[in-house]
Design a protein around this ligand. Structure first.
Ligand code: ADP
Ligand code: NI
Length: 215
C-alpha cells in the first residue's frame, strides 16, 4: 500500500511531465492552483484533504479535450493509480471525481461526494476572476479564435461550437459558474472574482464601442 505523501509526490511528478507544455490554459500552473484551492476548501468544508489533493492533481489528465476520448483519459489515470499501488478505495474515489466533474455546458449531474464537490469548485474558481479571464484568452488564442465578434448572439446553447470568440465564452460558461458552485466557502471566494469579470466586460465594451469618446 503506497504512503499518502508518496502518492501525492508521484502524482505531482507525473502531471508536471504530462501537462507542462499544454498550450490551452490547462498547464501545470492551472493544476497547482486547483490543488491549492482544493486543499483550502477541503479544510474549510471538512472534506478528506488527501482525496481532494490527489483528484485535483490528476483531474485534467483525464480531460476529454486532451485525450482521444473521455474513457481513454480515465483509463490512463486508472492505469497510473494501479501502477503506483494505490488502495482500491482511493482509486475508486479519485476516478469517480475526475470522470464526472467536467462543466459540459452545465449539463452534468451534481457531484455525489463532498470531495467531488470540493474539487469541482476548485476547478471552477480557477475558471473565473482575473485568472479565468487570462485562461480564456490563452485558450482562444491557442485555437486561433478572435477576441470578440460584435453582433454575436450570446443566448445560444451550442457549447463548444468552433466559430466563437473569447468574449462568447464568458456568456456560455464563465458568468454562469458562480451559481453552479457547491460549497459555501467557494461561493464566498467566487463573489469578488465574478464582480471582476463583470467589471472587465463593462470596460471592454466601453473601449470597443468608444462609448466615452462619442459623448
Ligand atoms: P471543463 O473541463 O470544466 O468543461 P474546460 O476544460 O472546457 O472546462 O475549460 C477550462 C478553461 O479553458 C475554461 O475555463 C476557459 O478558460 C478555457 N476554455 C474552454 N473552452 C473555451 C472556449 N470555447 N473559449 C475560450 N476559452 C475556453
Ligand atoms: Ni482543470
Amino acid at each position: 500500500m503506497t504512503d499518502k505523501g508518496d502518492l501525492i509526490q508521484a502524482a505531482e511528478v507525473f502531471v508536471k511531465k504530462e501537462l507542462e507544455h499544454e498550450p490551452s490554459g490547462h498547464d501545470w500552473w492551472h493544476i497547482e492552483r486547483v490543488r491549492r484551492l482544493a486543499v483550502l476548501l477541503a479544510e474549510r468544508e471538512g472534506a478528506d484533504p488527501f482525496i481532494c489533493e490527489l483528484a485535483a492533481l490528476l483531474h485534467d489528465i483525464a480531460d476529454e479535450k486532451l485525450n482521444e476520448s473521455k474513457e481513454a483519459g480515465v483509463d490512463k489515470v486508472r492505469g497510473w493509480l494501479s501502477d503506483q499501488g494505490a488502495a482500491e478505495d482511493v482509486k475508486q474515489k479519485v476516478l469517480s471525481i475526475i470522470s464526472t466533474m467536467s462543466f459540459n455546458g452545465g449539463k452534468n449531474p451534481p457531484m455525489d461526494t463532498l470531495e467531488g464537490k470540493v474539487v469541482q469548485d476548485a476547478d471552477r474558481l480557477d475558471a473565473i476572476g482575473a485568472i479565468g479571464i487570462a485562461r480564456t484568452f490563452v485558450y482562444s488564442g491557442a485555437k486561433g479564435r478572435p477576441i470578440h465578434l460584435p453582433g454575436q448572439d450570446f443566448s445560444g446553447t451550442d457549447y463548444r461550437s468552433s466559430d466563437k470568440s473569447a468574449i462568447y465564452h464568458f456568456y456560455e460558461k464563465l458568468l454562469k459558474l458562480k451559481d453552479l458552485l457547491n460549497t459555501a466557502h467557494a461561493k464566498k471566494l467566487a463573489e469578488e472574482r465574478h464582480q471582476f469579470m463583470e467589471q472587465f466586460l463593462v470596460q471592454f465594451y466601453k473601449e470597443w464601442d468608444l462609448t466615452e469618446e462619442r459623448k
